[in-house]
Design a protein around this ligand. Sequence first.
Ligand code: NDP
Length: 291
Amino acid sequence: MTATILDGKAIAASLRAEIATHVAARAAAPGLATVLVGDDPASAVYVRNKHKACAEVGMHSIGIQLPAATSQAELLGVVAELNARADVHGILVQLPLPAHIDALAVISAIDVHKDVDCLHPENVGLLAQKGREPRFAPCTPAGVMHILQVANIPLAGANAVVLGRSNIVGMPLSLLLVRADATVTIAHSRTGDLPAVCRAADVLVAAVGVPEMVRADWVKPGATVIDVGINRIADPAAKSGSRLVGDVAYAEVAGRAGAITPVPGGVGPMTIAMLLSNTLRAAEAEIKEPR
Ligand code: NDP
């Protein structure tokens, strides 16, 4: 069997085009504010990409860069100002924050209606409660769900296994899969016999951060395999001396799965597309329910 490749790059591009059409139809552009504390180069690249993506769909964005020595009180002051601005619909505080700042206190200070990363405990709580309508879904898990939806992967009654239970990927994704009526197993570093747990999955999602951990014999023939992992490994044959791989041994698993996301070009491009989608959603919700 050769798996269908789930092309996240193409799915993200079509979502972005759809978002651009909605943005163009609005009187005022939705606005995203990012807050970056310190000078971590990787975080700076992520934030730059988010601004670029906003511009490409016609959204406006504000980038606030603060020195690493910024106090928690100062940062909370910045968040309060952004909460009050009518032209800012989404607020994203780039993580990780410097160690002297309590990240949970900062995230909890973001207006729940502008929490486009969906990390505020109230918004995570809405995801977890049956019968409640969540305001947002966190970007990477929402991106995974969007890929599954576009690819018409049946979820109701399916066995889904999520490898990883982090606050940004594994746990909220598990909640979204339950909302889609899948039967969900959450596996982590203390789970026994991971290969056997994974082999029960109709839909297997790997979000562990361990290069190529999921092997072909962990996968039920015909299963859908979603690889969230982004790992840089040494590769003397590559010009740069390294290359990106996921948490799934792609070449061998693609010979057994029914459908699979590649790395790069799978889940990765979906994250920023869902951030744009959440920012548009925040702007549209403002019209429906004026605050
Ligand atoms: P975390 O390190 O926060 O969480 C990793 C999870 O995997 C934990 O729950 C941990 O278990 C579990 N785990 C780690 N090692 C093992 C193991 N050997 N066996 C079983 N479980 C294990 O990572 P993130 O969730 O933030 O990220 C996961 C991956 O996804 C990374 O490669 C990251 O780069 C990528 N990522 C990609 C994004 C994208 O846009 N595509 C966005 C965010 C992340 P325990 O809880 O027991 O410690």
